[in-house]
Design a protein around this ligand. Structure first.
Ligand code: GTP
Ligand code: MG
Length: 193
């Protein structure tokens, strides 16, 4: 499938604010500043569609995008960023967990991790949480351009052994892994609810 159209559908800063949509949806989760928004832009080939920033914790709401007027992508707010109003940090759990548990159009969750950090406490917690929800999960190990080829391959293998879900090595800078991520999206979008 070719991306012929991609547009911002709406945002949710509080539970229940998600825009109504019948499109099957894939959510992108991960630590703050890991590269979730960059991944969306790279995979869709739309620079600047999802807002990116060198400042961690920039995306504080769920941002909904519609691809080819038929398929949804959701940029989730990042976790693990210690600065910012306490109320905002406390709001993350109910906002994201409520979405992950309650969105009937959700078909899969892509967890983005920094290839140099792998799975840390928060990632394991999220994987645990998702395992109970019954959604398919895959992991993208991003920023592979920051380490050598062999190191990246070893890290991806180690992650696969540890997590027991599909792993894709990726770089928003070079575009490596773009097709593999796209295949995951298409598989989930086509999945029956
Ligand atoms: P929040 O919205 O704050 O949770 O961050 P995010 O996960 O959406 O990260 P974002 O896409 O905004 O990227 C954060 C920073 O990492 C930016 O400076 C990006 O340019 C950079 N970045 C993202 N992906 C890559 C990558 O694959 N390689 C390199 N070298 N830098 C990347
Ligand atoms: Mg972001």
């Amino acid at each position: 499938m070719k991306v012929t159209a991609a547009r911002f559908l709406g945002a949710a800063a509080r539970p229940g604010e998600a825009p109504e949509s019948a499109a099957p949806e894939v959510a992108i989760a991960g630590r703050s500043n890991v590269g979730k928004s960059s991944l969306i832009n790279t995979v869709l080939g739309r620079r600047g569609l999802a807002r990116t920033s060198a400042t961690p914790g920039r995306t504080r709401q769920l941002n909904f995008f519609l691809v080819n007027e038929r398929f949804g992508l959701v940029d989730l707010p990042g976790y693990g960023f210690a600065v910012g109003p306490e109320t905002e940090r406390q709001a993350w759990g109910p906002l994201v967990e409520g979405y992950l548990l309650g969105r009937s159009t959700l078909r899969g969750v892509l967890l983005v991790v920094d290839v140099r950090r792998g799975l840390e406490h928060e990632e394991r917690q999220l994987l645990d949480f998702l395992g109970h929800g019954g959604q398919p999960v895959a992991i993208v190990a991003t920023k592979i351009d920051k380490i050598g080829r062999t190191a990246a391959r070893d890290a991806v293998r180690a992650l696969a052994a540890e997590a027991g879900v599909p792993i894709v090595g990726f770089s928003a800078r070079t575009g490596e892994g773009r097709e593999a991520v796209w295949r995951v999206f298409c598989r989930w979008w086509d999945r029956a609810p």
